[in-house]
Design a binder for this molecule. Structure first.
Ligand code: URA
Ligand code: SF4
Length: 216
């Protein structure tokens, strides 16, 4: 009889596995082609960490090193993030690390690959992976690192500059707190401002550490 046409959603929803576990999601995400970013990148960089983490940290997208190695936050921004977590009393064993967008978007500058900001449509396309990760891990708190992650979780009108460090409710998680992206601290114009920004970042992570210590 008639054929059934399945409409493409134009998002990663088309690639979600029928039975969802972190392992099946990771496997399926490796073959995602829901937006153009897979074409230029080396591989999908899926989230990693404690599968029952009380806190999930969400960055923007993998960087150059993450793209080559296939793991999130293994480059300079990841080192700064781990230093700040440790200063705030957060153990790396208690977190799950992921990104709003799972493929590295970049432009060539000579022989170097320079980060390019993902478009809203690419963040939207990739969102089903992030939502599925949150559903699997069920963290008490999701930490949005930077405006891209914050807007993926809290909508395009969320203003990081206004609501930084506030505990807010998201459709996807009972509690979300947004702070800056660690890369923004690496880009600080001088050592003094870098120290100030690092101290403010650690203060935000102390809020995270407090929530992690409070039973749900
Ligand atoms: N920046 C991010 O947002 N995520 C990474 O995994 C690395 C750098
Ligand atoms: Fe799929 Fe996300 Fe990669 Fe786009 S960036 S192809 S939506 S995994």
């Amino acid at each position: 009889m008639g054929t059934t046409m399945r409409m493409s959603s134009g998002t990663a929803a088309d690639f979600l596995p029928a039975r969802q576990t972190l392992a099946s999601l990771r496997k399926a995400a490796a073959h995602c082609r829901a937006c153009d970013l897979y074409k230029q990148a080396t591989q999908t960089v899926f989230g990693e960490g404690n599968p029952h983490a009380p806190a999930m940290f969400v960055g923007e997208q993998p960087g150059d090193k993450e793209d080559r190695e296939g793991h999130p936050f293994v480059g300079p921004a990841g080192k700064l993030l781990r230093d700040a977590m440790s200063a705030a009393g957060i153990s790396a064993d208690d977190v799950y690390l992921t990104n709003a967008v799972k493929h590295f978007k970049f432009v060539w500058r000579g022989k170097r690959r320079i980060h390019a900001k993902p478009k809203r449509i690419e963040v939207r396309a990739c969102e089903p992976w992030l939502i599925a990760e949150i559903e699997q891990v069920r963290p008490q708190l999701v930490v949005a690192l930077g405006a891209t992650a914050a807007q993926a979780l809290l909508g395009p009108s969320f203003r990081l500059t206004v609501h930084r460090g506030e505990l807010v409710v998201s459709p996807y998680a009972p509690r979300v707190v947004a702070t800056v992206h660690p890369s923004s601290i690496l880009r600080a114009r001088d050592d003094d401002s870098r120290r100030v920004e690092m101290a403010a970042f650690i203060d935000d992570l102390r809020i995270v550490a407090d929530v992690m210590r409070t039973p749900a």
